[in-house]
Design a protein. Structure first.
Length: 229
């Protein structure tokens, strides 16, 4: 019976491949799969803000770093990291050329749906449509930049969400700002404005409540008045 079933396997595989190509997305609409990239070894010269490396089996993101040249011997680099699982920050000093392991992180496009009473945020996986809960402590820094229905990237490390990446730049609506003072044409005059996500930024004086503005959410800076489509 084994001899009869053997030829079926390549046929089944061929059938599955044919089916999968039939349903494959068009080339101009690539689908991001949650793949598991291999670990990459990097050294101190590769360190940059935002890089996530693995230390003691946990993900640490580079917040900032500084290099100190020394009269004799190799330079030293001091790196400030944020532990993406625990939220604490640490600062370590390394000799120039020391090696690190990049963290094996995976990005999954997801849509924000709602927040519960405990401050946990719920997202819908854009590919599987599964609901994913992200604990309040993980999303604390990003909450003010997230609006209902926003498409974000959930960053996974060993199957757990460790970070939420909001789109940047993004167009927000100004829900609160003082009216422009008539006659105030002072160059560089700015005023605080509250966005619909909750963040407060500085905007030029001429910007009115209800306006849509393009914002750099990483730096928390106004970029320009958004054009109406």
């Amino acid at each position: 019976s084994n001899q009869q079933t053997m030829p079926l396997r390549p046929l089944l595989l061929a059938g599955l491949l044919a089916t999968s190509t039939a349903f494959a997305p068009a080339a101009n609409h690539p689908v991001t799969r949650r793949t598991s990239p291999l670990f990459v070894a990097v050294d101190t010269s590769d360190i940059k803000n935002g890089l996530t490396i693995e230390l003691d089996n946990e993900p640490y993101k580079v917040i900032n770093f500084s290099t100190m040249k020394q009269a004799r011997g190799a330079a030293k680099i001091t790196i400030k990291f944020k532990n993406l699982k625990r939220g604490n920050t640490i600062e370590n000093t390394y000799r120039s050329g020391e090696k690190f392991q990049t963290a094996m992180i995976e990005k999954q496009p997801s849509q924000y749906t709602y927040e519960d009473e405990s401050g946990n945020y719920f997202f819908m996986d854009s590919q599987t449509y599964d609901e994913v809960m992200v604990e309040s402590k993980i999303i604390e820094d990003q909450k003010k930049w997230i609006v209902e229905g926003m498409e974000v990237n959930l960053i996974y490390f060993k199957g757990e969400v460790i970070e939420v990446q909001v789109p940047n730049p993004f167009v927000y609506e100004i829900v609160e700002t003082e009216p422009n003072v008539k006659g105030n044409t002072a160059q560089g005059y700015t005023k605080p404005a509250v966005l619909n996500g909750g963040a407060t930024i500085s905007v030029p004086g001429f910007i009115e409540q209800g306006s849509s503005v393009k914002v750099d959410s990483d730096k928390g800076e106004y970029l320009q008045l958004a054009k109406d489509d």
